[in-house]
Design a protein around this ligand. Structure first.
Ligand code: ADP
Ligand code: MG
Length: 253
């Protein structure tokens, strides 16, 4: 059976008078890719950052791998990997030095080159973050989430702003990470991405979860309710055209 690795109950976050998260509850299963989908301002980042122990909640209960957020935030920190914005990296250091630094911070021994190789950045080992393309930056920041060998990683809009090749490349990396047994929570407002990657998704809007299910079930439910697409679907879309013309290979190195 599926084990629950994250349990969120009646989570509320108010910023002053403003209610950003209005009492949401959900569970994430061990080993799945769980998506939080919603438009800008829905409360996705707030929810993630509370679970990551980076932002205080107003009320509610959060349990991560048996650790209660109120009692053992330190326990949670040890088993999670959080993606930093690339602006958060020391600008003077190259990728190899940054990975070394993180290994020291987490007291982990690992081969930095092996990690860079996993995210296809071996050739960029001596480059600084500001010298990387958007896709490379994102791959590097995903790589840094893996340094403490986390049970769960959190990715907040990891593909926003990437070109289609870099997006697909990052999707494969995320799948690879899940195949190693890591649970992944991802936020996105790209539905094709959620459909491709996520085992289950919660659709969140205005601080509330409106629906939570597998992408397949959500689509089947909509069809069963009598929904039909207005326009007849062609067998390909413009993104297919773009990918077939420009190929799948990465252009960022
Ligand atoms: P999302 O990640 O889904 O785009 P956020 O969680 O960042 O949404 O934000 C949810 C709502 O809370 C937004 O309306 C946002 O403006 C507001 N908000 C986020 N952070 C703060 C803050 N530090 N102070 C006040 N309001 C905030
Ligand atoms: Mg956000």
């Amino acid at each position: 059976m599926k084990n629950t690795i994250i349990s969120v109950k009646d989570l509320v976050k108010n910023y002053g008078e403003f209610k950003a998260v209005k009492g949401i509850s959900f569970e994430v299963f061990e080993g799945e890719i769980f998506g939080l989908l919603g438009p800008n301002g829905a409360g996705k980042s707030t929810t993630l950052e509370i679970i990551e122990t980076l932002r205080p909640k107003t009320s509610g209960e959060v349990i991560v791998d048996g650790y209660n957020l109120d009692k053992s935030p330190g326990g949670i920190k040890k088993i999670i990997g959080v993606q930093l914005q690339s602006s958060g990296f020391y600008p003077g250091l190259n990728l190899l030095q940054l990975v070394d630094l993180f290994c020291g911070l987490y007291n982990k021994k690992m081969d930095p080159m092996e990690l860079l190789d996993m995210v296809n950045l071996k050739e960029k080992a001596k480059a600084k973050v500001k010298e990387l393309s958007g896709g490379q930056k994102q791959r590097f920041s995903v790589a840094t989430t893996l340094i403490n060998d986390p049970k769960i990683i959190f990715l907040d809009e990891p593909t926003t702003g990437l070109d289609p090749q870099a997006r697909r490349n990052l999707w494969e990396l995320i799948k690879q990470i899940r195949e190693r047994g890591t649970t992944v929570i991802i936020t996105t407002h790209y539905m094709d991405e959620a459909e491709y990657l996520c085992d289950r998704v919660a659709i969140i809007d205005g601080g509330e979860i409106i629906k939570l299910d597998t992408p397949d079930q959500l689509i089947d439910n909509l069809i069963a309710s009598g929904f039909e697409r207005k326009k007849e679907m062609k067998l390909a879309n413009l993104e297919d055209v773009f990918i077939s013309l420009t190929g799948r290979s990465l252009r960022d190195s």
